[in-house]
Design a protein around this ligand. Structure first.
Ligand code: SAM
Length: 291
């Protein structure tokens, strides 16, 4: 019987070679072709498991789109099996693979996951931060405005956010997290599964001082952030804020703002719509306390 064409998406170690699973070894030893981000690294891994002769082809970011259809053609034409591996960890997780997997699925080629290491799951599992709701955002943007926009968008997610970051850029993103979310909790995983593995669970101040103590941060890092709730206002602080907003709203009414305008303008001031409505009526003098 002609074996069916198939693709195996194989996770490989992110540092410690012992993390290669038994199933990954079996698959890597038996497939017809191995598509790898870096063929030299792939050959070292294959040598490690005793497969010296294998067809290893290069499959990386810049050629993904163009190579995917050709590869699928070849698999279908000759009923071949292929294992996809990246430099480290799980393909398609901030690594090449998406275009190939999608093309294969569209054209009826079976795709099997061979799960295993990933820096993402490694940190989540050992961080000590809540993992009930997770958002993985890959690498953060390089440009300042895009970075601010991304980190600013985490405010209301109610989830733990995980991102990959080059250690030399960590300080910039942590400083922004500190400025926007001083109550956040942060876990940093550096060199996970390697000899100098470090996992830190701290607050933004602790994370920044950890960065400052590693003047020349090297290696690889993954970060998990849980945005803390802002401390609740005391009753006096709440009343003071309310009074201040009433004064502000009175000024706006004097400048001919409408109730509808101000309902929109003040919608992010931490009041429910009905609380804000009451406050604005008060400011407008509806209750007779406006002179
Ligand atoms: N596909 C990989 C995975 O599943 O983890 C991720 C590939 S991505 C191109 C590489 C990034 O993953 C690194 O820049 C770093 O942020 C993170 N990373 C990879 N290995 C790591 C390790 N041993 N410790 C901490 N972070 C790691």
């Amino acid at each position: 019987m002609i074996p069916e064409s198939a693709i195996y998406v194989v996770a490989t170690p992110i540092g410690n070679l012992d993390d290669l699973t038994l199933r990954a070894i079996k698959v890597l030893k038996s497939v017809d072709i191995i598509a790898a981000e870096d063929t030299r690294r792939a050959r070292l891994l294959l040598q490690h498991i005793g497969r010296d002769k294998a067809e290893v082809i290069s499959y990386f970011d810049h050629v993904e789109r163009e190579k995917a259809p050709q590869l699928v053609d070849r698999l279908l034409e000759h009923s071949l099996s292929l294992a996809l591996i990246s430099d480290a960890g799980t393909p398609c997780i901030s690594d090449p693979g998406y275009h190939l997997v999608r093309e294969a699925r569209k054209r009826g080629v079976t795709v099997h996951p061979i799960p295993g290491p990933s820096a993402l799951t490694a940190l989540v599992s050992a961080s000590g931060l809540p993992s009930d709701r997770l958002l993985f955002v890959g690498f953060l943007p390089n440009k300042k405005m895009a970075l601010e926009k991304e980190i600013g968008s985490w405010k209301t997610l109610g989830a733990s956010i995980v991102f990959y970051e080059a250690p030399r850029r960590l300080k910039t993103s942590l400083a922004l997290i500190h400025a926007l979310y001083p109550n956040a909790e942060i876990a940093i995983g550096r060199e996970l599964t390697k000899l100098h593995e470090e996992i830190l669970l701290t607050d933004p101040v602790g994370a920044l001082s950890w960065c400052n103590n590693h003047e020349f941060l090297k290696g690889e890092a993954v970060v998990m952030v849980r945005i803390g709730d802002a401390p609740a206002d005391t009753p006096e602080a709440k009343e003071n804020k309310r009074e201040a907003l009433i004064i502000e709203a009175r000024d706006q009414f004097k400048k001919d703002a409408s109730l509808k305008d101000l309902l929109g303008l003040y919608r992010d001031r931490g009041l429910s719509r009905s609380e804000l409505y009451q406050l604005l009526l008060e400011a407008k003098g509806f209750y007779g306390n406006e002179k």
